[in-house]
Design a protein around this ligand. Structure first.
Ligand code: M6R
Length: 591
């Protein structure tokens, strides 16, 4: 979702900001803009479309200070008028903003009746409030006064036409990092945007206000108490955000999965023992119910976590969709434990739930790919899924890494010893075999791309993989797809089957093999074009994709690669923007 970048330092600020925005493109956006110092003025350049479109209007411009933004439309359609930066009515202040101001209409009515507006955005209210208060207050005071009135979420960078030596920042709920390099101070919504210009970073706490110049960083909380600068080294390497020889990040990330499994073995096992904090294990063992909370693919991964915890540890579990949980209060057991799954660690729906749970003082573990994230800071415990930076909007390696990490966690909590380590090694080899077979997946993709609907079916474990398979096909190939538990077909969905509707069955479990095949047959009798993705031991010669056998409970780690590849090739064949699908964002920072 929206990305923010800022730079003040010795190098060309505009170049640094445009590069930073390009690194944040993966978050998803529909317009982009920059504001920069030119002589004694602030100039603004913004466009609907890609960051590359900006390059034309700012070619060869040098500047010592700049801010930039990629916008994912919330208030007002994606066009140049609504794109950031926004300027205050009398031109004194310029702002970029990530987040949503919930009370912007009220503030407009109460304070800004004399003001006229150009855009439909909530952001224009913020910048005009600052200008309004600056008539009688200093810039710092005017920004802090504005902060005290805003309800909702914001991460903002602000320039003042009367003081072109500083960038001001303010932050609440939306993420904002400040980076420090040898010759610069910079800002970005996530660590990727800082790479190349900063060696260290510091995530800003909620309700932080800051004034940054070439000389220093001065941070305060909302009432003006100084905040200590606590920087840490940036661990992400430049190569991690490079596509290398792959056509798309998604393909690179699909191919990184066998290595990801080996990395997780390396990080969490010493010999046959699992290294997870004994305090965490003890805490989970004490609980009478584990509540998993997540969204999208991460929620589908948590179904497997529930399965492992219940089967191996005998603790009852439930999976909650964060955006639902935040507005409903389920029955809470006596000793609950909450486990959140999030690749980005910045998903607003999840942060809202964490804050709610935290108030009730229940223990929280976040399982994530981003340990410098807001969710980790709010949690009692965290586990790293060590997937490495995931850039494509469609999650692949982070999804499988979450499943592996939850299997490892369940093994640590359980008092029973299993041969998980060797089973995982077998999974990484089986994944490699599936990748060698990618042409078959491409063939299936070719056959389904022109269809209006497509359905994935399976039971139990295979049904959960179907959910993920269907999400992948929707989000990047834009094919209407649903996943059904194969037993449910005859209770309604089978009415949707018409001639040649693709129905893809996932079969990796012995107990449900026969029945899923019968259900698939029922769709074929009604005209469906059927496909079977099956484990070798359960396969028949007619099956379309045969995947190597692995321990049955780890089979989703292998079967899912097939459906990832089908979705990938379907998107490529349709000439879609694979890594940045329309309307979607990598980091969903608004509720
Ligand atoms: O960063 P998170 O894991 O919290 O994100 C949750 C979902 O937005 C995410 O999994 C989304 O569904 C993916 N784009 C799916 O590929």
């Amino acid at each position: 979702m929206c990305g923010i970048v800022g730079y003040i330092g010795k190098e060309n600020a505009l170049k640094a900001v445009v590069e930073g925005l390009e690194k944040l493109e993966y978050r998803g956006y529909d317009s982009a803009g920059v504001a920069y110092k030119k002589g004694e003025d602030i100039l603004i350049c913004k466009e609907k479309g890609r960051v590359s479109d900006l390059k034309l209007c700012i070619l060869d411009t040098d500047s010592s200070l700049a801010i930039g933004h990629t916008r994912w439309a919330t208030h007002g359609e994606p066009n140049k008028r609504n794109a950031h930066p926004h300027c205050s009515m009398n031109g004194r202040f310029v702002i970029v903003h990530n987040g949503i101001i919930e009370n912007y209409q009220k503030l407009k009515f109460e304070y800004l009746s004399e003001y006229s507006f150009i855009s439909e955005t909530d952001t224009e209210i913020i910048v005009n409030l600052i200008e309004h208060f600056s008539i009688s207050l200093t810039t710092e005071e005017a920004i802090r006064k504005t902060m005290s009135l805003l309800e909702g979420s914001y991460a903002c960078l602000i320039l003042d036409q009367n003081d072109l030596e500083h960038i001001y920042c303010m932050k609440d709920k939306s993420p904002l990092l400040i980076g420090r390099g040898k010759s610069a101070v910079c800002f970005a919504s996530d660590i990727t945007g800082l790479i190349g210009y900063a060696e260290e970073y510091m995530p800003l706490e909620d309700k932080t206000f800051g004034v940054i110049s070439k000389e220093g960083i001065y941070l305060q909380d909302i009432i003006g108490i100084a905040i200590e600068n606590k920087f840490q080294k940036i661990a992400v390497q430049k190569e991690e955000i490079d596509k290398q020889t792959y056509d798309h990040f998604m393909l690179k990330e699909i191919y990184e999965q066998p290595m990801m499994v080996r990395n997780l073995i390396h990080h969490y096992f010493s010999k046959e023992e699992v290294n997870v904090s004994s305090k965490l294990i003890h805490h989970i063992r004490q609980s009478d119910k584990i509540n998993f909370v997540a969204c999208g693919s991460s929620m589908y991964a948590s179904y497997f976590a529930k399965y492992y915890m219940e089967k191996l540890c005998g603790i009852p579990c439930e999976v909650f969709c964060a955006s639902e949980l935040v507005y409903s209060t389920p029955l809470i057991s006596k000793r609950p434990f909450f486990i959140f799954f999030s690749q980005s660690g910045e998903t607003a729906d999840l942060i809202a739930v964490i804050k709610k749970i935290k108030k009730q003082r229940f223990p929280i573990l976040t399982i994530t790919n981003t340990i410098e994230s807001s969710m980790v800071r709010l949690s009692d415990y965290y586990l790293n899924i060590y997937a490495g930076k995931e850039i494509a909007v469609a999650s692949t390696k982070a999804y499988t890494a979450m499943i592996v990490t939850s299997a490892i966690l369940a093994r640590a909590v359980s008092k029973t010893k299993t041969n998980l380590k060797s089973n995982l090694k077998a999974v990484s080899l089986a994944m490699e075999k599936v990748l060698e077979n990618k042409e078959v997946c491409k063939g299936i993709a070719k056959e389904i791309i022109d269809q209006k609907d497509a359905f994935y079916i399976g039971r139990g474990i295979d049904y959960w993989t179907s959910l993920e398979a269907s999400l992948k096909l929707k989000e990047i190939a834009y094919i209407h797809t649903e996943a059904f538990s194969s037993g449910e077909l005859k209770h309604g969905p089978i009415a949707l089957i018409t001639k040649n509707t693709p129905v893809l069955a996932i079969i990796t479990q012995e107990g449900t093999n026969r029945i899923t095949r019968s259900n698939l047959e029922e769709t074929a009798s009604r005209g469906a074009k059927t496909y079977v993705i099956a484990s070798k031991g359960l396969s028949t010669p007619k099956d379309d994709v045969i995947i190597p056998n692995v321990a049955h409970y780890l089979s989703p780690l292998v079967s899912v690669l097939v459906v990832q590849l089908i979705a990938y090739y379907a998107a490529v064949l349709k000439h879609n923007d694979v890594d940045k699908p329309k309307n979607l964002a990598k980091s969903v920072t608004v509720e």
